[in-house]
Ligand binder design. Sequence first.
Ligand SMILES: [Cu+2]
Length: 174
Amino acid sequence: MTSYVRALPLILIAIAGLSACEPAKTPPAPMLVVAQIDGVEISEPRMRLPPNGRDVTAAYLTMTNSSDKPQKLVGANSPKADRIELHAHLKGADGMAQMRQVDQVEIPAKGTAVLAPGGLHLMVFGIKDAMKPGDSFPVELTFEGNRKVGFSLPVVENPTQKTEGDKGHGSHQH
Ligand SMILES: [Cu+2]
């Protein structure tokens, strides 16, 4: 009897594994949290491979605030880049997407701020070393109150190479 009881949890796990294979019931993949600071969890970090020969690119991540007060991301830096700016992607009066620097990104209390293609992003300037997909790029975020947290951005392929990405970057002076 004892061995039968011990086997039960394994069977339950197996059943749960099976149901996860049905597309309609697949829960969202759990987000891998790479760093946290004062109730803010950072997940889904990635940096696009700089377009050929360039030393500028965009990086993205998700910040989830489980605290009951808003938090503000106010800056970022890396020992491997000249500087990192916080950028927003906006539609200009002419309907063209344009990027502009912002002072801060607020993460609402019990809320989430998503830095993703077409929206908020980290703009990395003056990348010092050549990179390839799979590399990791060190970054440090600064939150209001000079609170800092460091982690690595995995480098991923750049899908907008020679297309949207370059148009967007054309509005910058470099
Ligand atoms: Cu930008």
